[in-house]
Design a protein around this ligand. Structure first.
Ligand code: LMR
Length: 397
């Protein structure tokens, strides 16, 4: 049955973690995968999450099946966090949300829904984009196009190029957009630029699909969902949002995500939700319960929610400080040309390092980065910062 199957290359991001784990060199640093590590180099267990976890353990919480579309207290709280508690769309019942297996599960379920509804549509993703976007949409049978996004020379957004490419897309094309903390470049749109993009999406009858995996990691919870709020106000009647709590709740392995679909009215929302449930049931039946119970336990308790917002704020502030620390140390090593790292948002920096330089970082210094030059700034700490800066300065020389 399997004799003819060939070996395929390892995943460009998660495959790095496998190689990192197998590396016996002391002092190794994994700047590959997007995970926030604390100052001690550990994945933090947030205090608010810990409080709910303890309560669930004490209660001996039951582990029955969740509904196909997830825990209602989780999906409601998720909608409110994304769209804002006072959103008229929520009041009108126009947004339907399903809990999914991480943000990837949301993208996949959303892709399947779109394929079912618009079988001939194509999708356009930013160039570059998260490595898995192309794979997820390709797996569902979409032709995946690129739109210009990044100017590698200037290490920033190529906004004119982006608008020009979006204007060229055929009506009905799905456009995948990163709400904040663009992965991998860290180059984001400001509010004025979002308004212009949304005007083009409306004018060209394009179908927005927002991926928001880092809400709260750049400016704040509401600020980082500006794109969603602006789209909600735009009059565009349909768009989709794939969201994830992996980073914002430090719950990577719990796979806590959600797919929200904005519909023309409440009746359409009910029909869409029935379709989403059908897709999920035929895929993994129903989502896992533990992570959703943790998140909804925090978001539905005002005190714990406040505690979480503070903890999220601490992670955000620390990432900004790590960026500044890396730039300062690189500068001290004579590599002042990396100052642009300070302007990038979120966990990642698109360092501009070539594949050969990334290979040297791994081979000579046991520092792992994505082959495209993406580094995870949130994996730095006071103990490895100097070492990483020295190594980057050496390979980039
Ligand atoms: C990343 O981009 O590193 C994260 O989103 C983790 C992943 O699944 O790739």
């Amino acid at each position: 049955v399997f004799a003819h199957l060939e070996q395929v290359p390892g995943d460009p991001i998660l495959g790095l973690t496998e190689a990192f784990n197998a590396d016996a060199r002391p002092g190794k640093v994994n700047l590959g995968v997007g995970i926030y590590y604390d100052e001690a180099g550990r994945i933090p267990l947030l205090r608010a999450v810990d409080a709910v976890q303890r309560r669930l353990a004490e209660e001996g919480a039951a582990r029955g099946y969740l509904p196909i579309d997830g825990l209602p207290a989780y999906t409601r709280a998720t909608r409110e966090l994304l769209f804002g508690v006072d959103s008229p769309l929520l009041a009108a019942g126009r947004v339907t949300t399903a809990q999914t297996v991480g943000g990837s599960g949301a993208l996949r379920t959303g892709a399947e829904l779109l394929k079912h509804s618009l079988p001939t549509a194509r999708i356009a993703i930013s160039n570059p984009s998260w490595e898995n976007h192309r794979a997820v949409f390709g797996a569902v049978g979409f032709e995946v196009l690129d739109y210009t996004y990044f100017d590698a020379e200037r290490h920033g957004l190529d906004f004119d190029g982006m608008l020009a490419d979006l204007r060229r897309l055929e009506a009905g094309t799905v456009v995948l957009l990163h709400a904040c903390c663009h992965n991998p470049t860290g180059a984001d749109l400001d509010v004025g630029q979002w308004r212009q993009v949304i005007a083009v999406l409306a004018e060209r009858a394009l179908v927005p699909f927002i991926d928001i995996a880092y809400q709260g990691f750049d400016k704040g919870i509401d600020e980082d969902s500006a794109a969603i709020r602006l789209l909600a106000d735009s009059g565009i009647s349909n768009f989709m949002v794939a969201s994830s709590y992996s980073k914002s709740f430090s719950l990577y392995g719990e796979r806590t995500g959600a797919l929200s679909v904005v519909c023309a009215d409440a009746d359409e929302a009910r029909r869409v939700q029935s379709q989403v449930k059908r897709l999920i049931r035929a895929n993994y039946s129903s989502p896992p319960s533990h992570g959703a119970m943790l998140v909804s336990g925090v978001l539905n308790d005002p005190e714990l929610k406040l505690m979480w917002e503070q903890e999220l704020g601490e992670m955000r502030t620390r990432i900004h400080a790590l960026r500044a620390g890396l730039v300062a140390r690189l500068d001290a090593q004579g590599a002042g040309r990396f100052a642009f790292i300070n302007d990038q948002a979120g966990m990642f920096s698109y360092s501009g390092l070539s594949r050969a330089q990334v290979d040297r970082l791994r081979d000579e210094f046991a520092i792992y980065a994505v082959g495209t030059g993406r580094i995870c700034v949130a994996a730095l700490n006071d103990r490895n910062l100097e070492y990483v800066a020295e190594a980057i300065a050496k390979v980039a020389d």
